[in-house]
Design a protein around this ligand. Structure first.
Ligand SMILES: Cc1cc2nc3c(=O)[nH]c(=O)nc-3n(C[C@H](O)[C@H](O)[C@H](O)COP(=O)(O)OP(=O)(O)OC[C@H]3O[C@@H](n4cnc5c(N)ncnc54)[C@H](O)[C@@H]3O)c2cc1C
Length: 505
């Protein structure tokens, strides 16, 4: 792709202003790599936490762990609601001194590597940038996915995705349907149920698969505890470390021996018993697959909301949507005014990959349609020099904070940039051989995990049933493997000859 004369030249283009893009910006600046832009299609920082404003939106990981290790905060509660996390991201961004390099309302439309110039040309809705490196933090759960339902487009009422909540819609006294029972839905349902109960409205919840749900030990911090955590940074660090290891304790049950999850499964079953009186409803919400196979959710209020008089849990499959109703396989037609679609995101076919073109002229999506989503260390990809994916393939977590992973990946990125600088290189990309080896080992390990053996269908799996989203080991292991840049795994190109100067394998 030839760059227009008006193109702006920078060392690094970062895509996305969520936790990942912001972390990259802050850490690059710390290293003196200040010639970068962060291109963000939204109007603000925040990513997930800017977009998901649905009622009840809350983090599933405790606040001290779901935050940057280098930016402590005065968290009001143990599990932060969306507004608190968004406020945190904004504060960190403002205090970092990087915001002047963020370009908002600017969507990356395509980016292509030019081998002759050893540069990325990044075309956006607001101009073109040319850069040495491209850091993509476009989010793994960022592009909302609508269900393929017959007649959905004919529905005459209000319809919106959970990640694009329409706050202008007045729900008072309405008949509302929620499709989906995943992480977002189980937070939305209790809030909707309460609002609708107070106003004479009704809620239908459409469930395809019942998730495992454990209680959420959520609480607002007392004044003393909050003051201590704020005033004593060492205490907050200690607290974070304790939380980290408590979450990491889930890893063996998910990745080695699912039977180790027996105590947690018991807790989840008790949660059902406690929240629901009706035995038939209890049976409907009891999962028929191994604990951990799908993401384990946390809620104290979901089951009571399903058990309430103004809620119906519908488990018959949806056949179609009409102008004013949902029709299920048993022939029942339930009239509704508002339809909330909480059916998740594109996770294994990321939209941005259709628009990233490597040195061979293939897009990343074309490459991945052949191989499945796969990268080296979840971060770099053969044929795509100087491309760094944050929250790339097989970096996801079912049990702990994604921010830990983002920080590990950014540490690897920094080390790669140091290598480029110190050796005077113009580009590097992982060899195919080392990438294949990495993914073979990863998928072999995946075969042992509960995500493969647990008997469920989940958004972790791609169309071929391969888990290309989760990391099948501990996060300690992930961080160790990405702790320093392993030049031996890379093909490196010097600036002058444009030749490959080193291929070590
Ligand atoms: C409802 C919800 C709850 C979650 N809860 C948890 C949790 O409890 N614990 C946990 O660890 N994780 C959770 N996650 C995962 C969460 O996405 C990550 O923790 C983290 O926020 C990812 O940050 P990110 O920067 O990688 O992506 P995002 O936050 O998704 O940011 C990506 C950014 O890239 C921008 N972008 C995308 N494409 C383009 C383009 N073409 N051009 C320009 N900009 C673009 C987007 O607008 C967005 O701002 C949750 C996700 C969701 C959706």
């Amino acid at each position: 792709m030839a760059s227009p004369p008006s193109a702006l030249h920078v060392d690094h283009v970062i895509v996305g202003a969520g936790f990942a893009g912001l972390c990259a910006a802050i850490k690059l600046q710390e290293d003196g790599e200040t010639d970068f832009v962060v291109l963000e299609k939204g109007a603000d920082v925040g990513g997930t936490w800017r977009d998901n404003t649905y009622p009840g939106a809350t983090c599933d990981v405790p606040s001290q762990l779901y935050s940057f290790s280098f930016a402590a905060y005065d968290w009001p509660s143990s599990y932060s609601p969306q507004p608190d996390i968004q406020a945190y991201i904004k504060k960190v961004a403002e205090e970092s001194g990087t915001l002047d390099r963020f370009v908002f309302d600017t969507a990356v439309e395509d980016a292509a590597w030019d081998d002759a110039t050893q540069r990325w040309t990044v075309r956006t809705s607001g101009g073109t940038w040319v850069s040495k490196t491209l850091v993509v933090g476009a989010g793994g759960l960022s592009a909302p996915k609508l269900p393929e339902l017959e007649g959905l487009e004919t529905f005459q009422g209000e319809v919106f995705h959970s990640a694009r909540w329409d706050h202008d819609v007045d729900l008072a006294g309405k008949r509302v349907a929620v499709i989906g029972t995943g992480a977002s839905a189980i937070q939305i349902v209790p809030e909707l149920q309460r609002t609708l109960q107070a106003t004479g409205g009704h809620l239908d919840v459409y469930q395809r698969t019942a998730p495992w749900i454990i209680p959420r030990n959520d609480r607002t911090y007392g004044t003393l505890e909050r003051t201590a955590l704020r005033r004593l940074p060492g205490l907050q660090k200690l607290y974070r470390t304790g939380l980290y290891w408590a979450h990491e304790a889930y890893v063996p049950a998910f990745t080695i021996e699912p039977r180790m999850a027996a105590p947690a499964r018991k807790v989840a079953l008790k949660n059902i018993e406690k929240g629901i009186k009706d035995p038939q409803l209890r049976a409907k919400v009891t999962p028929d697959f191994a604990f951990g196979c799908k993401r384990v959710l946390r809620s104290n209020t979901y089951y009571p909301a399903l058990d309430a008089d103004n809620t119906e849990l519908v488990t018959d499959p949806i056949v179609k949507v009409t102008g004013n109703a949902i029709v299920t396989a048993d022939g029942v037609e339930r009239e509704i005014d508002v339809l909330v679609v909480a059916t998740g995101f594109y996770t294994t076919e990321l939209p941005i990959t259709e628009h990233l073109t490597g040195r061979t002229g293939r897009t990343l999506a074309e490459r991945w349609r052949e191989t499945g989503m796969a990268a080296y260390k979840g971060t770099t990809v053969p044929e795509f020099p100087n491309l760094f994916l944050l929250v790339g393939p097989n970096t996801g977590q079912g049990h702990t904070s994604m921010i830990f992973i983002i920080e590990a990946q950014v540490a690897y990125l920094r080390d790669a940039l140091r290598r480029l600088r110190s050796e005077g290189l113009s580009s590097l990309e992982p060899t195919q051989e080392v990438t294949d080896r990495w993914n073979r080992s990863l998928q072999k390990r995946m075969g042992r995990t509960v995500w493969t053996t647990g008997g469920c269908q989940s958004w972790y799996l791609d169309a071929h049933g391969r888990n290309t989203t989760l990391w099948p080991r501990s996060t300690v292991d992930f961080r160790r493997r990405l702790a320093s840049f392993d030049a031996d795994a890379y093909q490196e190109v010097s600036p002058h000859e444009g030749d490959t100067v080193k291929v070590t394998q």
